[in-house]
Design a protein around this ligand. Structure first.
Ligand code: MN3
Length: 197
């Protein structure tokens, strides 16, 4: 059993002008595909073959597994939490959890700060903790909160890719503009579904 590139539920141009079609296509078919190819190579013939991507992340110590297992998990989540026609604000139980966190505006401010201040390449996350509370953190490279020693824990229910490959064609060095536009294309119904899992 090897991993395959998941299909997107929308067209490459569907998120324009927030995320342009060329960025989406390269990101999906080149970057994500490369993580999958390298992950399949890294697990071939090992006891990780046949494990879920979550199990692989939870046990990932070696760089090849962190970079490529993380690369596959993180991008698979990222495509799902984007949509051209989502609610502009959280819904349901995740809405309540964000209210308990301090409200939607505080969430946006803290999430943006985590994404802006991630030095170099990485991700910012909204995670659900075991007690149902949400927390915000960021990880370098393709690390994610499922991994040991990620400096971040909980189950990711929303994430933003702040690698330059995610925004450079449209935003160049203006990472803060990409981050503030990102809130326009969040699939809050999907975030709610992930929160309720
Ligand atoms: Mn990426």
């Amino acid at each position: 059993m090897s991993f395959n590139l998941p299909k997107l539920e929308y067209a490459y141009n569907a998120l324009e002008p927030i995320i342009d079609a060329q960025t989406m296509e390269i990101h999906h078919t080149k970057h994500h595909q490369a993580y999958i190819d390298n992950l399949n190579k890294a697990i071939e013939g090992t006891n990780l073959e046949g494990k879920s991507i979550e199990e692989i992340c939870k046990a990932a110590e070696a760089p090849a597994l962190r970079n490529n297992g993380g690369g596959h998990y993180n991008h698979s989540l990222f495509w799902k939490i984007l949509t051209p026609n989502g609610a502009k604000e959280p819904v349901g139980n995740v809405k309540k959890a964000i209210e308990n966190y301090g409200g939607f505006e505080k969430f946006k401010a803290d999430f943006s700060e985590a994404a802006k201040t991630r030095f170099g390449s990485g991700w910012a996350w909204l995670c659900k903790k075991a007690n149902g509370e949400v927390e915000i953190c960021s990880t370098p490279n393709q690390d994610n909160p499922l991994m040991p020693n990620a400096g971040c824990s909980g189950t990711p229910i929303l994430g933003i890719d702040v690698w330059e490959h995610a925004y450079y064609l449209n935003y160049q060095n203006r990472r803060p503009d990409y981050i503030s536009a990102f809130f326009e294309v969040i699939n809050w119904d999907k975030v709610e579904e992930l929160y309720n899992k």
